[in-house]
Design a protein around this ligand. Structure first.
Ligand code: GDP
Length: 408
């Protein structure tokens, strides 16, 4: 036990490159290297000096001086002082005093993360509007990280859109999202951000992935064509996190949410996702006394929906874990057909119009349900069911519309 844990833990700290030892600190200071004798700089760590001889990544051999004792290998050290070995991971878990950068804080996901962080007592939050910081500008992102020195970054910024927007502009979805992902993740690593959560989407999985889709389905076959550009960019981002974690021991990890909805959603009829678009279409028909609402495709595809506040709670949950998995699906685990969803939205708005299905519009992937066993096994589960989440969202839609705040 101690052996495995110590290896896992130490792996994050040391790496052997051509027989030299590099120390990747969880903060931005690289203390020293070369002579194998370094001062330990981190507050909260009890031992002050350690001496190291190392062979390969994760197999530390050396001497650790901890208080009055001297241990001759990481394994021995771990077995004598497991609480200290755990300290490394604890340092990487998000703490209330941490400075937290939320990229994309004006979007539905980013704003939900900010709300959840504040509610949980994480008040040291850094944000930038698009006008203040263009995340596609590599130099600007680097300078931002250097100036602000966040401890944690949540990457919720992206160009997003529904099936219409994606299929019409795969090139732009690829280009912009790729730049945002690479700049924000690589920039964080270079600036010594100790912890990063990258948000993707379940549409990164292959079109014909087994259902429910397990995390292991990633890159096993062809992507869905309608959102291939977006998916490729997100896959790059999550792979970059995975590589940095493996190579530098940075706890950068990713989360794949299913279809989301909630306050601050984009209600654009042509470019929005199905659920907010349906709310707008049914509300417009109700208030305008229209007889007919036209929806897209056949109505038969299956989709899963998660309220964005549930997603934000999952983000906080994973960020506070000491050793989260590289990639975790977050979903409600429940699916409905688009036709059932239409009836639910129609009911929640109180609209009486007749539904017409425009079969010239694409259906997209036939089914998209994510396998949520992993995150549930870690101890997280969603709290907001679709019916009550829909009622809330319709109320918020009306409030956003009345206040002139509706994103369209
Ligand atoms: P997807 O989940 O990536 O395929 O993207 P969407 O959320 O845009 O679409 C989900 C499903 O809803 C697809 O099968 C669409 O054909 C269907 N759909 C039905 N009506 C609409 C609509 O008015 N807008 C959108 N975006 N999708 C609709």
């Amino acid at each position: 036990m101690a052996d495995n844990r110590s290896r896992l833990t130490w792996k994050g700290l040391f790496r052997d490159v051509d027989n030299t030892v590099n120390f990747y600190s969880t903060r931005d200071e690289v203390v020293a290297n070369g002579d194998g004798r370094w001062k330990w700089p981190l507050a909260g760590w009890k031992f002050s000096t350690y001496y190291i001889k190392t062979d390969v990544v994760g197999h530390l051999q050396g001497e650790v001086v901890y208080g009055p004792r001297r241990y001759t290998s990481a394994e021995t050290f771990a077995s004598h002082a497991p609480h200290v070995v755990r300290n490394y991971d604890t340092i990487c878990a998000m703490r209330p005093e941490d400075r937290i950068f939320v990229a994309g804080h004006r979007g539905m996901v980013g704003s939900a993360c900010v709300r959840a962080l504040k509610a949980a007592g994480f008040n040291n939050i850094v944000t930038r509007t698009h006008a203040e910081l263009d995340l596609m500008d590599q130099r600007a992102v680097r300078e931002f990280y250097e100036a602000e020195k966040p401890d944690v970054a949540i990457i919720a910024a992206a160009r997003v859109g529904g099936i219409g927007a994606n299929s019409a502009a795969n090139s732009r979805f690829l280009y912009e999202n790729e730049l945002i992902a690479l700049n924000t993740v690589w920039g964080a690593a270079e600036a010594g951000v100790k912890r990063l959560l990258f948000l993707g989407s379940t549409c990164i999985y292959p079109r014909m992935a087994p259902q429910p889709i397990p995390e292991s389905a990633l890159l096993t076959s062809e992507l869905e064509k309608t959102n291939e550009g977006y998916a490729l960019a997100k896959i790059s981002g999550l792979k970059l996190c995975e590589f940095l974690r493996r190579e530098r021991g940075l706890v950068y990890h990713s989360l794949m949410p299913t279809n989301l909805y909630g306050p601050g959603d984009n209600y654009d009829i042509e470019h929005g996702h199905v659920l907010p678009t349906m709310i707008r279409k049914f509300e417009t028909a109700r208030t305008g006394n229209e007889q007919k609402v036209t929806l897209w495709g056949s109505g038969s595809p299956l989709r899963e929906f998660l309220h964005v506040d549930d997603l934000a709670s999952a983000c906080l949950f994973l960020l506070q874990m000491e050793n989260p998995p590289d990639l975790v699906n977050v979903g409600s685990g429940r699916e409905v057909t688009i036709r059932q969803l239409a009836e639910m939205v129609k009911g929640a708005t109180g609209c009486r119009a007749f539904i017409e299905w425009d079969r010239t519009k694409p259906d997209g992937t036939p089914r998209k349900l994510c396998d949520t066993r992993l995150i549930r096994s870690l101890g997280w589960s969603p709290k907001i069911d679709l019916a009550s989440g829909l009622r809330r969202t319709v109320d918020e839609y009306r409030a956003e519309l009345a206040a002139g705040r509706l994103r369209v």
